[in-house]
Structures are given as C-alpha cells and as structure tokens.
Design a protein around this ligand. Sequence first.
Ligand code: DAH
Length: 349
Amino acid sequence: MTTAQTQEEQALAALRERAVAELAAVTTGDGLEEWRTRYLGRERGELTGILKGLGKLAPDQRKAVGQAANAVKADLDRLLEERRQALRAAERAAALERERLDVTLPGRVIPRGHVHPLSQTIRDIVRVMGEMGFQLYDGPEVETDYYNFQALNIPPDHPARDMQDTFWIAPGQILLRTQTSPMQIHVMEHMRPPVRAIVIGKVYRNEAIDASHEAIFHQVEGLLIDETCTMADLRGVVERFAREMFGAERKVRFRPSYFPFTEPSAEFDIDCINCNGAGCRVCKYSGWLEMGGSGMVDPRVLRGVGYDPSVYRGFAFGLGIERIAMLRYGIDEIRAFSTNDLRFLRQFT
Ligand code: DAH
C-alpha cells in the first residue's frame, strides 16, 4: 500500500472539484436542488453511487476510499448549506433594494400660522398699559341704554348720541355698544378705588362703510381713579402709550374738546409718523394725526357709581385700535382687517 492515491481517490478528488465549481455557478434555488440531486441524490447522485459501490472494492481499499468519500460528502453538504445561505442573503438584499425608500427626501412643509396684525396691536397695547399698572377688563358687547349712554352723562335726546349711530336691539333700551366707555361704569361698580383699568373690545356703529370706517371695530379704553390725579398724569400716560406704540421720538398734543363723561375734555394727537410733522398725505398736510379722546372723569359719573367726587378723581381715554394698526403697518384700507384675504394677512408674518 503506497501513499499514492488510488484510482478511486483520484476520481473522488475530481468529482469534488467539479461539484465545487458548479456549485459556485448556481444562482437559484432550483439550481441548488438540481446540483444536490446530481451529486448527493439518494437514487442517482454521483457521490452516492461511489459510496454504494464501496462494497465491491478490495477490503484494504474500502476503508480509505470510504473515509475519503465520506469526507467529500461532508464537504459538499456543508458547501451546499453555505451556498443556500448566501443565495438567501442575496435574495433578501435584492428585496430590500427593490423596496428601497428614500427617507432623505425633504418632508412636506406644514404652513405656520401667525398673529393677525390687529391682534398683534392689541397684544402690544395690553403689554404697554400693563407695564404702567393697568389691568385688562372684558365686558358685554350687548349693553343697556343706561351703561352705554345715561351713566356716561348722555341722557336721552342728548345731541352727543347723534355722533354714535346706534344699532338698537330693543329701541331705547338695549343696543350694541357704540363705545368701550360703558365698561368704565362696570369696572367702577365692581371695585373701590384705586382703579387702573383698560378695556379692549368690539364696538358697533351704523356707519356708512368706506376705506376708513367700519360698522364693527375695536376700541381701547383707559381709566384711572385715585385720590390724587391730575391732567398731568393723563398726559404722562397717553404720551408714554403713544411713544411705546409709535416710537420714542413721538410728540403728543392735547386739544380742548367735549365729551359728556369728562370735564375738562381733550382730544390728543401725535405728530405724523410718516413725515414727523412736516406735512404729508397721511396727515393731510397738518403734521398731526388724531388719536383719541380723553379727559378728567366727570363728577356726575363718579357720583353715579357711588364714588365720592370730593375724595376721588381720575382720567379716562379712548381710541380706535384699527387706526393704530393702520398707522403702524401702513395699511390704508380698514376693511382688510376683517375680509380674511390671505394675500393681505401673509404680509404680517
Ligand atoms: N368713547 C369715546 C368715543 O367712542 C372716546 C372717548 C373719549 C373715551 C373720551 C374716553 C374719553 O374714555 O374720556 O368716541
């Protein structure tokens, strides 16, 4: 017995080599099955054939060839399993590739809302007045004649009513408030002095509507009641308000005027924010912009809510908010605030 390989052993080695080469070329599950049947098939597999023929060999060869054949069989079994795994992995990778999802695509942008220019103006007013110690109050838009007029020293048939064309709900009795001033009465009825209140809300007037007049608009009302209070305090508060809202360099001017619920009364203007007082289209070449009404609260109004006018005095002022917003943002059409046209609103992000 030499170490030289027998014929059978050489045949086995050749078979192994061929089987391995063919296996490497198999790319499908069917191909694998064919390959397995060809070499390892129970009936007609080439290697099975060799193993079956062992019995015909001489006894001294049988053991060596048997061992070699079994080693080749173990090898081929292992390689088959490896190839099967590799094909499965490749199949999974291909499936992943087919179902590929590009998660790096930018998402759809969700449009972001923003505050309406009128709401922004209201927020600024509340902040500025809050810094001066004024508390915000809210009240009814449907009012009685008493609060909207009589308690404010405007009796029936008073000519001041003509200025405020009224939407009546029950004529002579119930109405949509024409001003925020009735809240002065509610606030004073609700508390004892000292009072530092602002009121912000909608008011209603039966106006002819145009670019600067709406039937529904907003006002801000200020009210301060204390034991010592003069027109200088009124002036200081209005001036600070105007400068916070329209710029630190604003000048404020008071003109004598008349309101039934204040005595004395004054209207206040600011120098034109467009031309700084030089005169332009915005201020109609006067250099001034009308802002609102004000005055020292009339003793009759104080008496009406049970405040003693010999102890308490105070000031009040009121103005339209749309006008403030229009001046600040350079808007020349009051109706734009309420028509919800996005082309208009988007300018105020
Ligand atoms: N309520 C008045 C109006 O709507 C504005 C006003 C004037 C309010 C004088 C006041 C004030 O508080 O003192 O025209």
